[in-house]
Ligand binder design. Structure first.
Ligand SMILES: Nc1ncnc2c1ncn2[C@@H]1O[C@H](COP(=O)(O)OP(=O)(O)OP(=O)(O)O)[C@@H](O)[C@H]1O
Length: 598
């Protein structure tokens, strides 16, 4: 039973409050309980005042009592609201910290690409954007208001026991039954069904398509602007209709609620009236008890379930994500890892499938890359080239087989030490909104190394090292796609200068112009001489410069050798090479410069 209560999202929400801010949570509860007690105190104070007037007593004390209670009722509400929104913001910040930690802590990246966690990730990422419900600072305020009413109603009922034992019970049951009778009506219970979450995801994706700058070009070019808006409208309408379906009032339960409430109140007020008429209670008690009976109604309806549901869902999602993500992003860890040393790389009988995928990307891959040599990896889209780079970075571990460095299994090496040996330019490299210096050397390096790396990448003179690479910052600038790629290349080349022994280049020159590609690649080769370099590219003019080339297909290496060797073999490599070569004819540009095109 206790375990079941503890596993409820609502319980998890309340346990998060003190973790977000212990003093604010304590103040929030104190204000909540005080405000909850005030309606009952006010009823008592009013009764006392009327009794004093009746008996011509001294009015100063009872008037002060009424005044203080009234002022507190007025003053504590805005204070509580301020505390609530502050606490709500702290809860949001705590959840964001937790989520960031859950995402970043695992050494691998399987947890971020696992489709089974996508729903929870969506709820946890989106909860405070106001797209799927009120943001947390508003929700905590709603919850506070609803709880004050609930406690206020219960406090009135407790004091009403003074009149008769059955009246508070009848009223609590009558007003409380509205929660149960109207559970299908006033509360959006189906907030977290698969259908709702899917509608939310579609609606928020359509919204991003419409408002984000990245899709803006193609939306306009392909005449999709109206389509994006319609799609958003349609998905939102679907979401709203699900909400409406789950929240609209049902006639029958409403009629039952009215009947139960009318009967309960009729009984209690009839008992009050007859007690007053019989002289069993005086005017003061009548006024007090009538106010208390009215006060009990505060336990009814209310948006407590709704707001609590909205606030608890992301809390529960974040709490679920941490333990679920950790194993999915985990790597095999040797308790006494060996220091990483650059050496020959050997991929042995390697099998790998992405989490949740049925198709294996690699099935018995064998490949050896001697230390200090360059290897180009070619193959069709989806052949597994980028996946190979991820495995070499140890972002994933193989399902079976092994990657060995100098005869040592990668899983026996310290992950951090191995990653210090590796540098990469991925297709979707990071564009830090930071100065050029930090973009080239995020972990820091001497300015002379940074400048030399920029020179090697053909990015010298791009900007001052201190220039922020994003508009919107003082003195900031944005770069073209090709310029950004040169910065990413400089980042890898700078890491080589700082000691990296393995360079992975995944389409490193895809966005460079032909002249840039030819000259930059020559410089890259010079800068990475003596370092193991793995180049993934569809550009055969670049690929041909590698010491060896391997062709990946169906998760295995089908051809391996130097450019001339593979051309002579007249196999898949030659077919691909010839196909591309037919599209290139010019070798000199208008300035008479010769490029190494196919
Ligand atoms: N995160 C992922 N989750 C599940 N499957 C994935 C994931 N990333 C890639 N895949 C699948 O793994 C296979 C290999 O993908 P990979 O990106 O390694 O191919 P690639 O050879 O680099 O392709 P390209 O030439 O298009 O860059 C593809 O079938 C792809 O659909």
């Amino acid at each position: 039973m206790i375990a079941r209560v503890r596993s409820r999202p609502e319980w998890q929400f309340f346990t998060v409050l003190p973790r977000a801010s212990a003093p604010l949570a304590a103040l929030w509860w104190l204000l909540l309980l005080t405000r909850g007690a005030l309606p009952a105190l006010f009823a008592l104070a009013m009764g006392h005042l009327v009794g004093t007037v009746q008996h011509s007593g001294e009015l100063a004390a009872p008037l002060t009592g009424v005044g203080i209670t009234f002022v507190l009722m007025q003053v504590l509400m805005p204070i509580h609201q301020a505390v609530s929104s502050n606490l709500g913001s702290r809860v949001a910040a705590w959840l964001n910290d937790e989520l960031a930690g859950a995402c970043v802590d695992p050494p691998g990246i399987g947890h971020l690409e696992d489709p089974g966690l996508a729903e929870d990730l969506e709820v946890a990422r989106e909860f405070d954007r106001g797209q799927t419900g009120p943001p947390m600072y508003l929700n905590v305020d709603f919850i506070a208001g609803s709880l004050v009413e609930l406690f206020g109603g219960i406090a009135c009922a407790v004091v009403l026991f003074n009149f008769t034992w059955w009246a508070p019970i009848v009223l609590l049951v009558a007003w409380g039954s509205t929660h149960w009778l109207l559970r299908e009506s006033g509360v959006w219970r189906d907030r977290n069904t698969d259908e709702v979450r899917s509608a939310q995801r579609h609606a928020s994706y359509a919204y991003q398509l419409a408002v984000d700058p990245e899709p803006a070009k193609e939306l306009r070019l392909f005449g999709l602007a109206d389509w994006a808006v319609e799609r958003f409208t349609e998905r939102r309408r679907r979401l709203f209709s699900l909400q409406h379906e789950a929240t609209r009032l049902r006639e029958q339960p409403l009629a039952w609620s009215l009947l139960v409430v009318a009967v309960g109140n009729g009984l209690v007020f009839w008992a009050l009236a007859s007690a007053a008429l019989d002289g069993r209670i005086g005017l003061d008690a009548l006024i007090t008890n009538a106010q208390l009976a009215i006060g009990v109604s505060m336990v009814a309806f209310g948006g407590l379930n709704w707001s609590l549901d909205g606030a608890s869902a992301p809390v529960a999602a974040v709490q679920r994500l941490r333990p679920a993500m950790a194993p999915r992003g985990a790597l095999v860890m040797n308790p006494s890892p060996v220091a990483a040393v650059p050496g020959d790389l050997r991929i042995r009988d390697l099998t790998f499938a992405y989490p949740g995928a049925t198709r294996k990307v690699f099935d018995g891959l064998d490949l050896t890359i001697p230390a200090g040599t360059s290897l180009a990896v070619v193959g069709r889209n989806g052949a597994g080239k980028t996946t190979l780079a991820k495995l070499l970075c140890r972002l994933y571990d193989p399902d079976s087989g092994a990657i060995e460095v100098d005869g040592k299994d990668l899983r026996d090496l310290s992950v951090d030490a191995w990653r210090e040996q590796v540098t990469a330019v991925f297709q979707d490299f990071i564009r830090f909104e930071l100065p050029l210096r930090d973009n080239v050397a995020p972990a820091g390096a001497k300015d002379e190394d940074i400048l030399a790396a920029l020179r090697d990448a053909g990015a010298d003179g791009l900007a001052e090292l201190s220039t922020p690479l994003a508009k919107g910052y003082d003195g900031g600038t944005d770069l073209s796609g090709g310029q950004w790629q040169r910065v990413a290349l400089a980042r890898a080349l700078c890491a080589v200068r700082e000691g990296a022994g393995l360079v992975l280049l995944d389409e490193p020159t895809a966005q460079l112009d032909v002249r840039g590609e030819a000259t930059v690649f020559d410089r890259i080769l010079a800068a990475t001489r003596g370092v193991t370099t793995i180049l993934i590219s569809h550009r055969f003019s670049t690929v041909r410069h590698a010491d060896r080339i391997c062709v990946l297909e169906q998760g295995r290496v089908i051809e391996l050798g130097g450019h001339d060797e593979l051309m002579a073999l007249d196999g898949r490599y030659r077919t691909m090479f010839d196909l591309q070569a037919r599209r290139f004819t010019a070798e000199t540009d208008e300035e008479g410069l010769t490029y190494d095109v196919l």
